[in-house]
Design a protein around this ligand. Structure first.
Ligand SMILES: Nc1ncnc2c1ncn2[C@@H]1O[C@H](COP(=O)(O)OP(=O)(O)OP(=O)(O)O)[C@@H](O)[C@H]1O
Ligand SMILES: [Zn+2]
Length: 463
């Protein structure tokens, strides 16, 4: 930790950028709300995954690899999942259909995240494996007078919490105004939200003191964060759209159940990835999935490497909106093409890259610094190790960029063959070899051996 720049983070809760001080520097704890696994993730959903992956990498760098716990949950119980299961597998029993939907979606999400260069979080708990923890919190809330039962639901009583609404800066009166009273007649206050609701025979459910039912969405994160990170932890993240109601309600549940002043010290929210000024979202229908970008030609008539998608995302500060376009991806690709291919090195990262990231994850400045370093390293190979370590901090370098041996010997053979052809003045064939290799990303460089004056050819892999 010594000699590291002070890490500053913007906190939605205080609306200020402040120096980060972990509760326990030997175990820095971060929770990020993960996907609801009913459908493939779109590239907007990739933004929090990438942003908080960069923060995870930075925290590991500052506090040590084994001193950071990052939990990102998988929401595998939700009415959207039930609906999708019924639609896609009408012939199956609901539980079986749900399992198919959630397993397939979760597997794809993990593959997408990997392709985007994200490290696995330390833990990835599933909601369905944490029902007991949710029931326990709800029981505590009822016992303390923060929750009540009404019409087959257990609801959180928002009036029971003096400073409910602090994160999103809303007061209960604001919420009163827009409430649809008729629909929510069983609620004491319009803003009260569901902790538990009874399930019909055909809906998925778990036994509880209030009957067979299922949890609300917000309670899942309160239970999973407590289990893996404790009652109070360091950082809680997610997209801007989660501030209200999701994070507000997580806070209400956790603080009232545990009697604490905060749930997490720092609340961080990424801005939206937009298409023509509108948030990319499933309900708007203006989305493209990560899978489609990586594996199909749906966007811009071609596939896009995960690294390009990731860099395109990091070329904007995480709190700003991003307009997602082909132009932006091409820009990221052009930049990457200028950077050297390196193996991961154990060297210390460049200090300008670290300082940029330490300033509330200023990835824009970090990418600029990395680019300058890449160019310097292109001219001065001694800098390659520093470059490699810095690129790894942003996660824009594949972990092991080994040029595989089979490719290397095939290229060597072609290069030798081409030299023979040049000697025989068979220029057309020689050029064809050069062009074929170029298409594969291998660039040849001709020179002369200083001692013998003979032609020699070296090669390198360009992106
Ligand atoms: N367009 C976007 N830009 C940035 N982050 C987003 C965007 N859309 C969703 N997110 C974030 O992705 C994460 C996963 O969200 P969630 O599973 O609720 O998405 P979703 O409900 O499937 O998305 P949608 O908003 O399209 O309905 C959350 O942190 C959310 O804030
Ligand atoms: Zn959450």
């Amino acid at each position: 930790m010594a000699g590291q720049p002070i890490l500053k983070l913007y906190n939605t809760l205080t609306r200020e950028k402040a120096a980060f001080a972990p509760i326990d520097p030997t175990n820095v704890r971060m929770y990020v709300c993960g996907p609801t696994v009913y459908d493939y993730a779109h590239i907007g959903n990739a933004r929090p995954a990438i942003v908080f992956d960069v923060l995870f990498r930075l925290l590991r760098h500052v506090y040590g690899e084994n001193h950071v716990t990052y939990a990102r949950n998988i929401t595998d119980v939700d009415d959207k999942i039930n609906a999708r299961a019924l639609r896609d597998h009408p012939g199956l029993a609901l539980n079986e259909a749900i399992r198919l939907v959630t397993e397939k979606t979760e597997t794809q999400y993990l593959e997408d995240a990997k392709a985007l260069g994200c490290l696995d979080p330390t833990v990835q708990p599933r909601a369905t494996e944490n029902i007991a923890g949710m029931i326990e919190i709800i029981e505590r809330l009822i016992a303390k007078g923060h929750a009540y039962q009404a019409e087959g639901e257990v609801l959180f009583d928002t009036r029971s919490m003096a400073d409910y609404g602090r994160l999103s800066n809303r007061n209960l009166e604001d919420q009163q105004a827009g409430a649809r009273v008729a629909v929510d007649a069983h609620k004491r206050n319009p803003g009260d939200f569901v902790l538990w609701k009874l399930s019909s025979e055909s809906e998925p459910g778990w036994d509880s003191p209030w009957g067979r039912g299922r949890p609300g969405w917000h309670i899942e994160c309160s239970a999973m964060s407590q289990r893996y990170l404790g009652e109070v932890f360091d950082i809680h993240g997610g997209g801007l759209d989660l501030i209200f109601p999701h994070h507000e309600n997580e806070i209400a549940q956790s603080r009232c159940a545990h009697g604490t002043d905060v749930m997490a010290n720092v609340w961080m929210h990424n801005g939206f990835l937009q298409v023509e000024g509108r948030k990319m979202s499933k309900s708007e229908g203006n989305f493209v999935t990560i899978y489609e970008l990586l594996h199909t030609e749906k966007f811009g008539g071609r596939k896009w490497p995960g690294e390009v998608l990731r860099l395109a995302m990091l070329m904007t500060h995480y709190r700003e909106p991003i307009d997602f376009s082909i132009k932006r991806l091409e820009e990221a690709e052009r930049l990457l093409a200028k950077w050297p291919l390196v193996k991961e090195s154990g060297a210390a990262p460049d200090t300008t890259v670290i300082s940029a990231l330490a300033d509330d994850l200023n990835t824009v400045a970090a990418v600029q610094a990395l680019h300058a370093l890449a160019q310097a390293a292109n001219a001065e190979p001694a800098l390659l190790a520093t470059y490699a370590a810095s690129a790894a901090l942003l996660g824009v370098q594949p972990k092991e960029t080994e040029i595989d041996e089979a490719l290397a010997s095939a290229v060597d053979a072609l290069v030798a063959m081409r030299l023979e052809m040049l000697k025989a003045k068979n220029f057309a064939e020689a050029d064809k070899i050069r062009e074929d290799l170029a298409v594969k990303g291998v660039q040849l460089k001709d020179g002369k051996d200083a001692a013998t004056g003979e032609r020699v050819t070296t090669w390198e892999v360009k992106r």
